[in-house]
Design a protein around this ligand. Sequence first.
Ligand code: GAL
Ligand code: MG
Length: 980
Amino acid sequence: MRRDPLIALRPWEAPEVTSWGRLPMSSVDRRDGALSLDGTWHFQLVPAPGASSGEWTRIEVPGAWTMQDLGDLPQYTNFQMPWAEFPPASPAANPTGVYERSVDIPADWAGRRIVLQVGAAESVLLVHVNGTPVGISKDSHLAAEFDLSDVVRPGDPATVRLTVVKWSDASHIEDQDQWWHAGITRSVLLYATDPLHLADVTVRARQDGRLRVDCQVRDAAGALPEGWYVTGALGGQLLVQDAEFDRVNAEDMRVSDFLGEARLSAAVREVRPWTAETPELYDLTVRLHRADGSVADTSHHRVGFRDVEVRGTNLLVNGERIFIRGINRHDFHPLTGRTVSADDMRADLVLLKRFGFNAIRTAHYPNDPTLLDLADDLGFYVVDEANIESHDHAHEIADDPRYLGAFVDRVSRMVLRDKNHPSVIIWSLGNESDYGANHDAAAGWVRRHDPTRPLQYEGAAKLDWADLSVASDIACPMYAPIEDCVAHALSAEQTKPLIQCEYSHAMGNSNGTLADHWAAIESIPGLQGGFIWEFWDHGILQRVNDGRPAGRAGAGLYGKGVAAPGHRWAYGGDFGDSPNDGVFCADGLVFPDRTPKPAMYEHREIAAPLRLRYRQGVLLVDNRQHFRSLDWLSAEWCLVHADGSTRTAPAALPDVPPGCSEAIPMPFPAPEGEAWLTLRVTTADDEPWAPRGTEVCLPQVCLSMGRSTELSTGIAPAPSHEPVSGTSVEVDGDGLLVHPMLASPPVLSLWRAPTDNDEVGGMAARWRDWGLDALVRKVLGLDREGAQVTVRAEYATGAGIVRHEQVITPVAGGLRIEESAQLPEALDDVARVGTVFETVGGLDVLDWYGQGPWESYPDRSAGAPVGHHSLDVDDLFTPYLRPQESGGRHGVRRFTLSAPDATGLAVDLAAPSQVSVTRYRAEDLAAAAHHDELVPRPGCVVHLDAAHRGLGTASCGPDTSPQYLVAAGTHRWSWTLRVL
Ligand code: GAL
Ligand code: MG
């Protein structure tokens, strides 16, 4: 067989080779009128480039082969490379996929320029058409185009062969924290243009209506014939060419192709500017005309008129200092890995809009172009990030001249593709690749080509947030503690806006202190927000029996965050992948099926467009938006009393300008006792991202707390009709309460099933060392005084003895249990101090008065209003991928747990407490690696916590703040137990 020159070149181990035969990147979108080559292709997977198995099978395009059960499975590593070779080398065992199909080239494409577009291929693409080598491309997240005019014949079939090499020099700069996949992950197209075509269009649209459109036309073999011209149409407004075409390449006979430029300009009167809150878009059509006026080429653009600028320590959009309520988003899908449909992308963005996000960082590579169309349309600010992460070998690569071309290539091609999107307000040079000359080279290119947008790169700004000489116009650290951000902003050293590129790591049960971050951001100039890490839990739907990815056949086999029986959400190691980084890829605010985790509601409230305040008897409405009035919102008042009564009334929202506040009349007469006023805010009309009536936020104020004694006795004491079982104190020989509704007695609990934050942050190990996960109780004494029983016990821990006392007293209709626990000095950071018991089976519904309905914790409770809530016990539990502490509710004053026949138990707490009711003991959760391994217990496991540790974000970033820690010393709490 003839030696294949593309293979002979060994481009997978040549970082200098970024492409060969590839057309320049362009902003001209050719998806309209193109021939889709998506669908089923012939496929063979071979062990190394150049090998042939001779055995063909089938594959879906777009589609990574790692998700289609073709013999090479996904592997997850965070930053360690999956193999040992140093850059630029790659392993000899190098799975290579050969995709092949035949395509009929339309006969009416005769004389046209015929172009193949491969949306994305991971990591090296080699293209052959009709056996002829056509080109090479790298960068797994940008399209590659090749001119096929000389290798295909219109009217004849052509064979397209796309060879994709999995591992390469490029893998070293695509070392992002995500699953490793391989194959063609975005659509493949074929299209035709006139040989003289629109090669690129650059749109600059200013907030004041000034519009400038720079058009490039190119002909690979010719020159501009006499009389050709460009026009533009913006809505009804015609844009005419400013001047003659400028020939860009010199009038030099050695230059074979023609490259010309022409400009269109206009001033649009009464323009409606684009912002993420008001995503006003105008349709622009650019046409290239022949001398007779006929159209040779057309390009469509959606134009948003807006300005973006960094001025001092502020990032301004249309002159306004905005807040970045951002999220990091990967292209991810649990069935297809990296291939994401337009519908899926839309669903992602719609959900983000509904939860108050206004910004996306395309972590860590340019996303499918459709995402930016949607961001323009729905309204998001985008940090568009180049596909460069050399994490494991960052230091070596940042200054390695062999990679210089790759850095500039990746950054410049992203900018060329995406420069016309109003949503893109900042360019990012990539992620976690140290900082070197290669970055400065890429930054230089961007600053020259697009001076209209700021540039950021965390690696450049990391050592000195204020250094103006580095390649970052923004101080964009990751996981910086709140105190450090505040100190910087107050230091007088600050020179740039501080917007964290990653913060509040959403792994497992997390995002503690989010509200504290925002309290600082909103009150301190210079702080402007950040991007939560991250949107998705990257769990891949896996069949449990054979360990294979379910692939597209798994459609619908999940819901409410959970995989259907026989399936699970796989994380690192579950495909036998080694090395792997386990569950660290499950760190998103949504489950792999896009079900929001409770932390999403926390964000929704923090980001709410409208806020309520109650100060000295005056009720205030704040419009928290930057550009919009409140007229798109409807609202209803709801007054909740501790006694269980609720009143509602329609609310008329005042016309408060953005950023302003207004006092409004109290909707109800001044209430007595504890009372909470909530505004249920919904969309007044259909929004592109939410039908009319969609809940937007639930701001709440406390009107009065009442007297705490009202709480301690329980709000509605049950009528006492003695003798009722459970109203006299019965204890066993160990002093443990015997009660008809309890399957196991109330005992002290100091431990929770470690969250991911507890594990990574080292707390879990300390708790285990102390023996808190398996406390052994020793009764010290049991005293009876009348009907009252006092039981004293102690628990030996590795950090000293914990003393615990329970005083159990019959009260009207039930029992009062007063408890105290004395934690020795050394036991200074425990998960909880409280009571745990288990109920008899059949109690399936929890009704409670406290914060809810969503799961909440001491440092994540801003999104859960106080009210009367009711949920099935099974729905209280959040199915975090790796089971851990889950299902807590903060600020609970009382609850009932009941069976369908209304029997059950009631608990009143003397002080608002952290409560959880689930089907699992902490040790059940701690012992399971995946949700599907959990076996529900017949009864409920109930925790009543006098103190519960905050969640923090220690799995990557700061732990919770000191005020949310559980201190040593004496804790007291008291509750009553009644039978319903
Ligand atoms: C950051 C990194 C992300 C991700 C995250 C932890 O350091 O940029 O890609 O690894 O940490 O989940
Ligand atoms: Mg990384």
